[in-house]
Design a protein around this ligand. Structure first.
Ligand code: NAP
Length: 238
């Protein structure tokens, strides 16, 4: 069976598993080098995935209702977050942007089919067109968008499966809050020595390390695809 089919079946088995929590199932998905970098230290856009892994990413997007990135990724990559290399529907684009730093010229603001949802802490600001829906939420202790509140809101708006594509600060925040349920990782055969995908999780002992179980892996072109469920052991003090 192809890796595309295996991951599709695995994700299908997770549908609606968060019904009691009333929040979407969250899949982290990103590409890194062998040394764990998702980009260079200076944050240049770096297409790490090969052609087939890129197609898998687009397939994954089509299997989720929503796709979320942080404003840092919008500012550096100006992504479209659409399904182009796979036949399927576009997910709802969502940006975490506490201070409305996203420029109105961003490609996500021009999305012709689904207007971008921008989750922010501000009550007003930003000059966006009708394509963009600004949603104000309470801030967390760090003055950023509160993730449990954000997920609860997305659930109410019909998002059941949410793909989180990055960048590092957002991936780290979801892991730290123990709100990521699954991980699909593309490992490209290169070394970057750059900006790591996972930052400080505040973990001080082995018993607190999140585990990936069961763990699956398969080569796709030159890339290694690893995927599995995230299992948390102990609540980490924030
Ligand atoms: N290799 C890959 O697969 C991949 C995928 C995606 C991105 N990237 C790379 O990652 C880099 C960007 O990563 P990044 O870490 O700088 O930025 P990021 O994670 O994309 O965005 C971080 C920003 O999101 C906002 N935010 C709002 N609420 C948040 C919350 N609860 N937790 C965390 N962030 C929150 C914060 O800005 P405010 O406080 O202003 O809201 C924060 O600065 C780019 O260079 C991009 O190329 C790589």
């Amino acid at each position: 069976m192809t890796v595309n089919r295996k991951i599709e079946q695995w994700l299908a088995s997770h549908k609606s598993t968060q019904a009691s929590a009333k929040r979407p199932f969250v899949t982290l998905s990103y590409a890194q080098s062998w040394d764990g970098s998702i980009t260079t230290r200076t944050g240049e856009t770096l297409a790490l995935s090969g052609t087939e892994a890129t197609r898998l990413t687009h397939q994954l997007r089509s299997l989720h209702d929503g796709i979320l990135v942080g404003v840092g990724t919008v500012l550096s990559d100006d992504p479209q977050l659409t399904v182009r290399d796979w036949a399927g529907s576009n997910p709802q684009p969502i940006v975490l942007d506490s201070r409305l730093r996203m420029p109105s010229t961003a490609r996500l603001c021009q999305h012709s089919e689904k207007g971008c949802w921008v989750l922010t802490n501000l009550n007003e600001g930003g000059e966006f067109g009708s394509q963009v829906e600004i949603i104000t939420l309470a801030g967390d202790v760090d003055g950023r968008v509160n993730l449990p509140d954000a997920l609860s809101l997305l659930w109410k708006k019909g998002i059941r499966m949410l793909m989180v594509e990055g960048g590092s600060q957002v991936i780290t925040a979801f892991l730290k809050a123990q709100l990521a349920d699954a991980l699909v990782l593309t490992i490209a055969p290169t070394l970057v020595g750059g900006y790591k995908g996972v930052g400080n999780l505040g973990i001080s002992c082995k018993t607190q390390l999140p585990q990936i179980r069961p763990l699956y892996s398969q080569m796709l072109g030159d890339d290694l695809i690893m995927w599995g469920d995230l299992q948390y052991q102990q609540q980490v003090e924030s």
